[in-house]
Design a protein around this ligand. Sequence first.
Ligand code: PGA
Length: 257
Amino acid sequence: MRKPILAGNWKMNKTVAEAAALVTAMREGLVAIPGVEKVLCPPFMAIPEVARLVAGTEIRVGAQDMYWEPSGAYTGEVSPVMVKEFCDYVIIGHSERREHFGETDATVNRKIKAAFAHGLTPIVCVGESLALRREGRTETWVSDQVKAALEGLSAEQVASLVIAYEPIWAIGTGLAATAEEAERVCGQVVRATVAELYGAAVAEAVRIQYGGSVKASNIAELMRQPNIDGALVGGASLSAEEFVAIVRYSAEAKGLA
Ligand code: PGA
């Protein structure tokens, strides 16, 4: 049985004071929900404060990105050693990083390896653009992204990571994939690709999230799908009430609450 995992990706939102207020508003509500892993991914500046505020609870903290070198002359970058001081998770290869900051399958793969080398669990993002979808290339694109991301990883590493399937056309648009569509790609493409590369046991263990316009009103149907183990939530994770509801409905949909 895979433990569901709900992660809030705050993107470039919230000052330290605002982040503290948001965590304080959602902390009790999140802690009360059984059986589901909860991860908050604030911007770097707010990570220490958020980590301090959730210390002693089962809420985990994640970074939204990092560099792969442990230290050195890399102006502006944040290293895995620094992330590990506060975080258990790190989002790698979000489509916004790929689109605006030149991330490639190769840099994504290096960052995933660096995450494992430093005891962090990567949340690896994959997903197709609207153009690729219209051309009917979703399956090959997503499968190729998964293969490139996992290149050179051990079976044990792959079994422990999280893959977020986030169709780019669904991110921040209010147009979430239907539960059937999300289930099909998460199961028949992402999990099937892991099975092809690492076998059935590893594919059964890997946790797969859906991301893209997840809200309290659509999460239950998504989470009722057998191959969807959680969600990576952007905009809706900036509201304490909405994010707590998303986590609660997820637990209920999986029969845990
Ligand atoms: P969204 O973002 O929930 O605002 O669509 C999801 C994401 O980019 O992780």
